[in-house]
Design a binder for this molecule. Structure first.
Ligand code: GDG
Length: 472
């Protein structure tokens, strides 16, 4: 990762760490962690003097760190330094499971009725944000830039600004920003937004999220200039822009081995059309509604029975939370019901996997799938949609109009994920699309993915950040 100038390093600060250390057969092993944010940023850190500060949640994480909680990952040759923040169980409950995932996550994804507004969680969130700040301050040298990531660390920019008035501080927000009447429900709304505005520059994935954020600042009594993308509140001021996160398209170039595995998958699933969905288990991903849409599809278009199969790959997430356990049960019941009612001697309508796969191993699934079906109810971006397109030269992408990726991938068939009839019709349309048209759409989408890839995103972010600092 390049620095903005030769004088300093970049310090990335995020809740999730890119690598964890765990015990395996009595030995300590390093494991790469997947997730939108870490898979996006990790390639940018390779071979650099930059530093990544994150919560160390692996059981052996602090066995391998030095006295300042630092370790080089993934290895000495290609590595960079990861500095881990240690959290107690109480802190994890109040900060991570509590305020971040039970308050901010539902509010930002426009599920206000799911939000827990417990004041204690907010207090712990503030305390833990402070711990991240202290960890950064231990490593900060004049000239360094600090790039904070995501909703778990909203207060870090202002806390840092108070200590380092002249530092360059930026924030990228990976999840949606809701309309004011939803965000306004949070009792700590003003403190949270002011915390973010300690940054010189704030990035979101799409233009509509920038619009929502600037409107929030205005509603809170601040000044928001939608045409100049500037937000001010009390003494804070930030430039706010949309810079959609891209992917490492080279990583998704297929190999002969992956193609072979894809062929084998297609044979195993014995169907003429394979339709793939890949999601982290979360209510925002619209998994249960999608499964209902699959049932509608077979009712409305019975000619596809025995011909079309769906592969649902769900990766476990927040599995300690009761709501996520219930969601899993509901999804499995629905799939069981549909398979029980429709399956033939060898044909199975829905192939279901509840397991995490290393990112490389998703590629054969992308290659095997004639159609990618990504229908989150709302999503900051949805990298899986981009990855599906990047691996292939033809196929069809059916994408929720409420995923950030829809702003870029306009050639996808865009659907309302709440409308099962619409999703069923989109599936019929996708299956019926001639190959030539599929290829044309893929050329256009792949051009955009190559042009706006992960390297573009980093450079664009750093350039805009630099400009925002000069205009202060
Ligand atoms: C959040 C926002 C935003 C690897 N194995 C599996 C798996 N992976 C990788 C995928 C992809 C990433 O994880 C998942 O990224 P998404 O963007 O689809 O979703 P979130 O995890 O919800 O990410 C999202 C993102 O941050 C980045 O800003 O796009 O809106 O919610 O790279 O290759 N993913 C799954 N199963 C695996 O086995 N689902």
């Amino acid at each position: 990762m390049e620095n903005m100038d030769s004088s300093g390093k970049i310090i990335i600060v995020s809740n999730a760490e890119p690598f964890q250390h765990i015990y395996h057969n009595g030995e300590i092993v390093q494991e790469k962690l997947a997730g939108g944010l870490t898979t996006g940023l990790d390639p940018l850190m390779k071979n650099s003097k930059n530093l990544w500060v994150a919560w160390g949640r692996g059981e052996a994480d602090f066995e391998v760190t030095n006295q300042r909680q630092k370790v080089v990952v993934p290895d000495k040759e290609t590595g960079y330094t990861l500095k881990r923040v240690k959290l107690s169980e109480n802190e994890v409950n109040g900060f991570y499971y509590g305020f971040s995932n039970s308050s901010l996550w539902p509010i930002c994804h426009s599920f206000p009725h799911k939000a827990n507004l417990d004041k204690n969680n907010w207090e712990t969130y503030k305390k833990v944000n402070r711990l991240f700040v202290e960890s950064v301050l231990e490593e900060f040298n004049s000239g360094d830039k600090i790039w904070v990531q995501d909703y778990q660390l909203a207060l870090v920019p202002k806390m840092l600004r108070e200590e380092l008035p002249n530092a360059k501080i930026a924030l990228f927000w990976h999840i949606p920003w809701p309309p004011w009447e939803t965000f306004g429900i949070l009792p700590c709304k003003e403190e949270l937004v002011e915390g973010m505005l300690g940054a010189d520059f704030i990035g979101f994935h799409t233009s509509w999220l920038v619009h929502n954020f600037l409107d929030t600042v205005f509603q809170l009594g601040g000044a928001a200039n939608q045409s100049e993308n500037i937000a001010r509140m009390n003494s804070e001021r930030a430039v706010v822009k949309n810079i959609p996160l891209g992917i490492d398209t080279d990583f998704f170039k297929k190999t002969p081995k992956q193609e072979e595995k894809a062929k084998q998958l297609k044979d195993d699933f014995s169907c003429s059309n394979l339709i793939l969905s890949v999601d982290r288990l979360d209510y925002t991903k619209g998994i249960d509604r999608r499964i209902q849409a699959i049932s509608t599809f077979f009712e409305k278009y019975p000619q596809y029975k025995e011909e079309v199969s769906f592969v649902e790959r769900i990766s476990p997430s927040r599995s300690r939370v009761q709501e996520y356990k219930n969601m899993r049960r509901k999804i499995e019941q629905l799939i069981g019901q549909i398979n029980g009612e429709l399956r033939g001697e060898t044909w199975v309508p829905i192939r279901y996997f509840y397991q995490h796969l290393p990112q490389k191993e998703l590629i054969p699934y992308y290659l095997a799938a004639d159609i990618g079906l990504l229908t989150p109810l709302i999503d900051g971006m949805n990298l899986v949609a981009k990855e599906y397109v990047a691996t292939r030269s033809k196929g069809m992408l059916i994408l929720s109009e409420f995923a950030g990726a829809a702003e870029t991938l306009t050639e996808a068939i865009q659907v309302n994920p709440y409308n099962p009839e619409g999703v069923a019709d989109a599936l019929h349309e996708a299956i019926s699309t001639p190959e030539e048209e599929q290829r044309e759409k893929f050329v256009k989408m792949k051009n955009k993915l190559n042009q706006m890839d992960i390297h573009w995103w980093r450079d664009r972010f750093l350039d805009e950040w630099e400009l925002s600092f000069h205009s202060r």
